[in-house]
Design a protein around this ligand. Structure first.
Ligand code: AQP
Length: 328
C-alpha cells in the first residue's frame, strides 16, 4: 500500500517563490510515489483578516496554480478545505484535547502576535494548529511535506494524535514531517533575516508566482546583499546565501557545485543568473494558470470531484472519533 501524503497552502496572499520551492514544487516531484491529498486551506486563511472577494479569487487562483505546477488529479486529490465540513468539525473536537500550553509555544503564533496588535489577533490564529492537526489526521496521512516554518505544527499534530490514541485506542496514524534539503526556507529579498511570506506588506521582499518577468528581474537585481564579493553559502551573509539557495533548488545542484559555478564572479552575476532561472521556472506556471483561469467550468468540475474524493476519506475518520468520545 502506498503511504499517504497531506499538505496545503493558505490563500492568504499571492503565492510566493517560497511557497513554490518549499512546498508546491516538491509535491509535484513526489506525487507518483504516494497517495496524495493537496488542499487549499481557506479556513486557515481567515485566521487573519481577508477581503471576501479576494479570498474567493485567490482560492481559485491557487487551484489553477496547483494544476499548472503539475499536480495531476489522476494521482492527487485536490480540494478546498472548507468544502469538506469534516475539517471544521474535527478541529473543534481536537480543540478539546489540545492543551493551551502546547498552542502557546508555537513560534509562528508568537511571531504574528509580535508583528500585529494583540487586540486584533483572533482566537482562530491561536488555534490554527488544532485545525491543521484535523486536516492531517482526517486523512490518516503518514507524511506531511512542508517548509521548515511548519515543522513545529506537524510535531504538535503528532503529539495530539498520540494523546488521543493513548486515551481512546488506535485512531490516528502518527504523521511525520518531510522537509526538503534545499529551498525549505526562502528568505525575504529586502530583509533576508525574515522568511519570504505571501502576507509581507513589502512587495519587493517577495517574488509572486504571477509576477511578470521584468518585475521578477528587477526585484532580484535589487535584492539586499552585504558588501562582500565572494558568492558562497555563509550564514553570516544571509542575502547572498538566500540567492544561492534559490539557484541551487532550481538547478537541482549541490551547494559545492553552485559555489564552484560562481567562483570568482560577483554578486551581480549571481543575481542575473538567479533571475534567469526563476523566470524560466515561472513561465510554464503562468501559462498553465492562464489556461485554467480561462476555463472556470473545468475548474469547478475538478473541485467538485476533489471534494467528493476527500470527503469519502475524511468522513469515516470523523465518525470514528465521534463514536470514541461518546458523541454517537
Ligand atoms: N519562505 C518559505 N520558504 C519555504 N517554504 C515556505 N512556505 C511558506 N513560506 C516559505 C511553505 O509553503 C507552504 C504553505 O504555507 P501556508 O500558506 O500554509 O502558510 P505559511 O507557511 O504561513 O506561508 P506564508 O507564505 O508565510 O503565508 P502567510 O504570510 O499568510 O503567513 C508550507 O508548506 C510552508 O512551509
Amino acid at each position: 500500500m502506498r503511504k499517504r501524503v497531506f499538505s496545503g497552502i493558505k490563500p492568504s496572499g499571492e503565492l510566493t517563490l517560497g511557497n513554490y520551492l518549499g512546498a508546491l514544487r516538491r509535491w509535484v516531484a513526489m506525487q507518483d510515489a504516494y497517495e496524495n491529498y493537496f488542499c487549499i486551506v481557506d479556513l486557515h486563511a481567515i485566521t487573519e483578516p481577508q477581503d471576501p472577494q479576494e479570498l474567493r479569487r485567490r482560492t481559485r487562483d491557487l487551484v489553477a496554480l496547483y494544476l499548472a505546477a503539475g499536480l495531476d488529479t489522476a494521482k492527487s486529490v485536490i480540494f478546498v478545505q472548507s468544502h469538506v465540513a469534516a475539517h471544521s468539525e474535527l478541529a473543534w473536537l481536537l480543540n478539546c484535547f489540545t492543551p493551551m500550553g502546547w498552542l502557546e509555544r508555537m513560534t509562528q503564533y508568537k511571531d504574528k502576535v509580535a508583528k500585529g496588535s494583540g487586540e486584533r489577533i483572533s482566537a482562530g490564529l491561536f488555534d490554527y494548529p488544532a485545525l491543521m492537526a484535523a486536516d492531517i489526521l482526517l486523512y490518516q496521512a503518514h507524511l506531511v511535506p512542508v517548509g521548515d516554518d511548519q515543522r513545529q505544527h506537524v510535531e504538535l499534530t503528532r503529539d495530539v494524535a498520540m494523546r488521543f490514541n493513548h486515551r481512546f485506542g488506535d485512531t490516528f496514524v502518527l504523521p511525520d514531517v518531510l522537509i526538503g534539503e534545499a529551498g525549505a526556507r526562502i528568505m525575504s529579498l529586502t530583509d533576508p533575516t525574515q522568511k519570504m511570506s505571501k502576507s509581507d506588506v513589502d512587495p519587493n521582499g517577495t517574488i509572486a508566482l504571477l509576477d511578470p518577468p521584468d518585475l521578477v528581474r528587477r526585484k532580484l537585481m535589487r535584492a539586499k546583499t552585504d558588501s562582500g564579493t565572494e558568492a558562497t553559502f555563509d550564514p553570516a551573509r544571509p542575502g547572498i546565501t538566500n540567492l544561492l539557495e534559490i539557484y541551487q533548488t532550481l538547478a537541482g545542484e549541490t551547494a559545492e557545485r553552485v559555489e564552484a559555478h560562481f567562483a570568482g564572479r560577483g554578486y551581480g552575476d549571481v543575481k542575473r543568473e538567479v533571475a534567469d532561472r526563476v523566470i524560466a521556472a515561472l513561465e510554464p506556471l503562468q501559462e498553465g494558470h492562464r489556461r485554467y483561469v480561462d476555463d472556470p467550468a473545468e475548474l469547478d468540475r475538478q473541485l467538485q470531484q476533489g471534494r467528493d474524493r476527500a470527503a469519502a476519506v475524511a468522513e469515516p475518520t470523523l465518525r470514528d472519533v465521534q463514536e470514541k468520545i461518546g458523541l454517537r
